[in-house]
Design a protein around this ligand. Sequence first.
Ligand code: CA
Length: 241
Amino acid sequence: MTLPDTAADILVVEDEPRIARLVGDYLLAAGHQVRLVDHGDRVLSAVQACMPDLIVLDLMLPGQDGLSLCHAIRRFSEVPIVMLTARVEEVDRLIGLDAGADDYLCKPFSPRELVARVRAVLRRSRARPPAEAAAAASEPAGLQLDESTHEARLHGQPLDLTPVELRLLAALAAAPGRVFSRDQLLDRLHDDQRALSDRTVDSHVKNLRRKLERSGASPDAIRSIYGVGYRFEPELLEGPA
Ligand code: CA
């Protein structure tokens, strides 16, 4: 049988046996290799031991919970993480907390939907830097972006961006002064648009502004255009005088 181009080693962290089995079966059928972990305290050692290509991570777990695990994994790895939560309201909170996950799914979800999200996240993580990132090589003053090495610096200082934030900033910075609608930004963030809503773009922009500001930029370097979307203003990277 021919494996899809996105076949991967996937670590599924889920303490509900029925869901774990269902998710595992669907991912196996999609050509992936699957390892199951059902306790939060065993996740970090499993990640370090098997270096998965992607992690499906339940939020509520016995032992260490999914949010703190996500933060802990991000200290040593950029492995894509798809987080599972039981409540839709939880997603906004997690994005606000900057959990570092690449995508979120609410229970109950269809296993097909999960498989589609996993495929999309794997594609993105394996994709060569898009033309936009290459264009961003003619960088606005002080900003260095490299999607292939996942590095973003402002005035030499690392920005510590999540993969989604890096793509968002690369898209905006590739066309300084151009106004992007939320839909246009969604197009550039995910090839599976169902993964993100308009409000998700806003949440990512909020986090991105906070990080730019931390490195001395004005938060208005990503300016809100009322009723339309966002515009990148590179001259504001220097911050308020
Ligand atoms: Ca659970």
